[in-house]
Design a binder for this molecule. Structure first.
Ligand code: FAD
Length: 556
């Protein structure tokens, strides 16, 4: 674009401001969406609107000897999202262009839900999608966000056929060779600024889902594995305290099949609901009220397959009544996006913490037995999975070098817990069980941590080297596309094994509470806790004098 002679080019103006900001040595913190990850950048977040502006920001970083990083919705809760340099958000680069070969080119800042709506308006869709539509396309392939199927590619990463990027020397590059695509399909924000992504599409289709309750023996006697291998959609929620599992089976059906149902996995909530939920949860936690927490877990379980009680039903048509079986556009049953989410309410928000580890598919029974072993020591009723049970999902082997399903059919185990009101000091009930389970999953089963879901400890150099067989090939691509380390952050240095440093939230004093460390002394744990072994894994237990309540009850 050219400008008249006396006209001040808006791009130059923006760069001047950025230059001033970058020399101001200012503190420019930004956080993950649920606040647990804290990054401190040299300048405020930039919002480029074109590939030229992206190039200008990368060139500025190069010329001022800074680093630079693109971020999406910041829905990853690891320091993979951090930079000490210039952060940029591509939310203004969100075009969608249908190509004549049936692919779609999408600006990296477009939200997955918006892309799916656009495709639906053209009678098209993606073959499979992750559960949350509020993430960006650039961010989704940043971590390899996935859904659950052994028959179809579950992640957007595995549906990518090309990308446009700005590399670490400020050059625009088109990526479409199989070798390099395998790196970019799960790029961790370390190979370039992704400007757009080209994805394969399929004709619009529907899905029929049915959820049913089963005894947990199906996890270990081979039944679940057989079922998983024959269905278009297959996922499970395991509730160890009641020895049961809710199984969700889905079959793709023709678009003409009647039904307009959708998933309510992430329902909208209003301020009153958030305050009530947060207050009730905090009370149950602070008083270590096991029967109340069990009731929460039971409400979650029922909402998945039976008439709902305290929780919104999982699949609905009218938003009120549970539909089971449910039939609707497949992407609307696999994925949704809350517009007023529990974490959107500032000081009173209800923020989740997540853990997710991925294993060889055929290790499913062994991993289940490991979890059972820990729960039998700790008491299943003391380690409750109140939000989504122990969520079990499946993925085909992925060609992406750094996918958690790279090179092997995969099963993932995930759990989500709401944060305490003072998450840096007051521990969650059952935290010892969660900590021991996560450690055992990595140590005994080489579990690969989801790049966007686990605490920073799980991305230390030793674990990264141990569980990612393609790490060296990926590092080779980092050197090719970013020879001077312009996209490096602390996370990258741990991947490269050149440093063990992490981005640590300034409020952290008890490092084991948010998984910055495994406890080695009592003070690493929360208030009134002790660090001791559980099934051989160091974990934070309530001190015996404090077994029924913690002393720091803070409701709001
Ligand atoms: C409610 C909820 C539900 C979720 N459900 C699932 C699920 O079903 N399955 C699953 O696997 N995960 C799930 N996640 C995790 C989430 O999908 C991933 O962490 C995803 O990467 C977040 O995307 P984002 O847009 O927020 O990207 P961010 O978290 O902001 O960034 C992720 C990575 O991508 C990089 N990046 C982002 N944009 C660009 C770009 N344009 N160029 C270069 N690098 C870039 C960042 O630097 C970072 O390394 C869920 C998260 C939430 C909050």
């Amino acid at each position: 674009m050219s400008y008249p002679r006396n006209f001040i080019n808006p791009l130059s103006l923006q760069i001047c401001f950025l230059l001033l900001a970058s020399f101001s040595n200012g503190q420019n913190p930004y956080q993950s969406y649920q606040t647990s990850i804290y990054c401190n950048a040299s300048s405020p977040i930039e919002h480029p609107t074109s590939i030229e502006e992206v190039q200008a920001i990368v060139n500025l970083a190069i010329s001022t000897n800074q680093t630079v990083k693109a971020i999406g919705s910041r829905h990853s809760i690891s320091d993979v999202i951090c930079t000490e340099g210039i952060p940029m958000n591509l939310e203004n680069i969100k075009y969608t262009v249908l190509n004549s070969d049936g692919t779609v080119k999408v600006g990296a800042g477009a939200k997955v839900k918006d892309v799916l709506d656009f495709l639906q308006s053209h009678n098209l869709s993606l073959i499979h999608v992750p559960a949350f539509g509020g993430i960006t396309v650039g961010g989704a392939i940043g971590t390899g966000a996935h859904g659950s199927s052994l028959l179809h590619p579950t992640s957007l990463s595995d549906q990518v056929v090309g990308l446009t990027i700005v590399d670490g020397q400020g050059n625009v590059q088109i990526i479409n060779s199989a070798n390099d695509l395998a790196g970019f399909q799960v790029h961790l924000g370390l190979l370039g600024i992704v400007v757009d992504v080209t994805l394969t599409t399929v004709p619009l289709f529907k899905m029929t889902i049915r959820n049913t309750l089963h005894p947990e023996t199906i996890l270990t006697d081979g039944t679940a594995l057989i079922w998983a291998q024959s269905r278009d959609w297959f996922e499970m929620w395991w509730f160890p305290s009641s020895s049961s599992v809710v199984v969700s089976v889905g079959d793709y059906v023709d678009v003409s099949t009647p039904g307009e149902h959708y998933t309510n996995m992430l329902p909208n909530v209003n301020l009153l609901e958030v305050i009530a939920g947060r207050t009730a949860y905090e009370l149950l936690q602070a008083t270590r009220n096991t029967s109340g927490l069990l009731a929460m877990e039971e409400a979650t379980r029922l909402s998945m397959y039976e008439v709902p009680g305290a929780k919104p039903p999982l699949y609905t048509g009218d938003g009120v009544k549970l539909e089971n079986p449910a039939t609707g556009f497949a992407h609307q049953l696999m994925s949704n996006r809350c517009e007023s989410c529990p974490w959107d309410y500032g000081a009173v928000a209800l923020n989740p913490e997540e853990s997710s580890l991925a294993f060889n598919l055929y290790d499913l029974p062994r991993v289940v037995n490991t979890v059972r072993g820990i729960l039998s020591q700790e008491g299943a009723e003391n380690t409750l999975f109140t939000m989504i049970g122990m969520f079990i999902r499946f993925s085909r082997a992925s060609p992406a070098l750094m996918a958690i399903s790279s090179g092997r059919p995969t099963v993932t185990f995930e759990w989500t817990t709401p944060m305490r009101t003072d998450p840096f000091n007051t521990p969650k009930a059952g935290i010892a069980g969660f900590q021991a389970i996560a450690q055992a999953m990595v140590t005994e089963h080489s579990g690969r941590p989801h790049w966007g879901k686990n605490g920073p400890y799980f991305f230390n150099p030793d674990i990264l080297e141990e569980v990612h067989p393609n790490r060296n090939s990926f590092i080779g691509l980092m050197a090719k596309y970013d020879p001077n380390g312009v996209f490096h952050n602390k996370f990258a240095k741990r991947l490269l094994a050149t440093s063990a440093e992490m981005n640590v939230h300034p409020s952290v004093t008890h490092c084991a509470l948010q998984e910055y460390c495994i406890c080695s002394k009592d003070d690493d744990c929360g208030n009134n806790q002790i660090c001791k072994a559980l099934n051989g894994y160091m974990a934070c237990h309530d001190a015996p004098t404090n077994s029924k309540k913690d002393s720091n009850l803070t409701i709001l």
